[in-house]
Design a protein around this ligand. Sequence first.
Ligand SMILES: *Cc1c(COP(=O)(O)O)cnc(C)c1O
Length: 388
Amino acid sequence: MIPFIDLKAQYNRIAGPVEAAVLDVMRSGTFILGPVVQQLEERLAAFAGTRHCVSCASGTDALVMALMAKGIGPGDAVFTVPFTFMASAEAIVTVGATPIFVDIEPGSFNLDPAALERAVAALAAGDTESHVLPRWPVDRLKALRPRGIIAVDLFGLPADYTALNAMAARHDLFVIEDAAQSFGATAQNKRAGSLAEIGCTSFFPAKPLGCFGDGGAIFCDDPELDKLLRSIRVHGQGGHKYENVRMGITGRLDAVQAAVLNVKLDIFEDEIAARQRVAARYDAQIVATGLPLITPPIPQGVISAWAQYTLVAESPDARTAYQARLAEHGVPTMVYYPKGLHEQLAFADLGYARGDFPVTEAMGDRVFSLPMHPYLDDATIDSIVASL
Ligand SMILES: *Cc1c(COP(=O)(O)O)cnc(C)c1O
C-alpha cells in the first residue's frame, strides 16, 4: 500500500538531529514555552515575513485566540466558507459568535469574493433573497454585528487576499487567514500566514509543516496584537504569573514540539520545492491520460504548499469509480470534504439546508485527493496515475 502521506520517509531523513533535539529538551527540564519555543517563534516569523509569531497548542487554538484578541463574542458575525475543516467555523462558535457561510469558487476551492460582497450586503439589510443567511427571524439577523472574515487557504492554495483585504477595509471587517493547510505557500511574493491582518496555522503531523503531536502558530505585524495573544495564551496573564487581566486559555506550545519543528524547518524549503515537483508531474501525467479530470489550477504568482493534490471528477459516480480503481491498485485516496459545514449537525442552529451552497456541495460530491508528500518519486506518481 502506498502511504497517503509518508511521514516515515521524512523521519528517516531527519532522525539524527530530531532525536538529539528532543533529547536536549528532555535533559533541559523546560517543557512548556522556554528558549526552544522562543527560537522557533523567531524563525517562523522570519520565514513568514511577519514582525511577530505567537506559537500555540493547535491550529484550532490559533483561530480561537485570534478571534479572542479581536474581541469577538456573542452578537458578532464572522464570514467563512462551508468547504473547509470543522475548526475554521468551530472557532467562531467557540467564542460565542455566529458563522455566516459564503460559498467557494470552483477552481481555487477558496472563498468567492463576489459571493462575500453579496453576503455582507445581505446581512446588513437582513435580506435573505440576495444571499442565503442563517434561517433566523429578520430581527435576530439584523441584530448581528458583522465583524470579520476567516478566509481558508484550502489544500495549500492561498485565497485571493488582494480582493478580500480590499473588501474588508471597505466594510470595516478584519481578515484572519486560516493558513493551516498553506504554511509554506507564497502569493505575490508574500508567504502564507502573512497575507492578512492575522494568520493562523497548524502543525498537526499531516500538515505541510507538522510536529509530533498538536501545535499551531499565529502571525501578525501589530505589537499590541502580539502582546494580547501572549496574554490570552496563558489564561489572560497580566504583568506577572498570578495576575489575570482578561479571559484566556491554556494555549501554549511545548518545547518538544518546538524542537521537532526547529529541525523540520531546516528542510522545509526543500520539501516545498519537492511538493512542486510532485504536483507538476501529477498534472502532466494526468493531462496526458486524456481523462476528463480537472487538475488543480494555480494562479499566476502563487506557489501552493500542496497540503493536498485534489482532482475534480466529472460526476459523483465517476469519482466512486476512480477511487475504487485506485484502491484496487493499493493507492489510498481521501475526500476533503464530503459534507459542507452548513450540512453538519453541529451547525443545525443556523438552519442552513442542502442547496444553500451549490459549489461546496458539487465539489463535495466530486473531489478526491491523491497521495501527496515531498518523498513521492516519479515512478510511484506514474503508477498512481496509471491506476486512474
Ligand atoms: C487542520 C486545520 C485546522 C485546525 O488545526 P488543528 O491543529 O488540527 O487544530 C484549521 N483549519 C484548517 C483549514 C485545517 O485544515
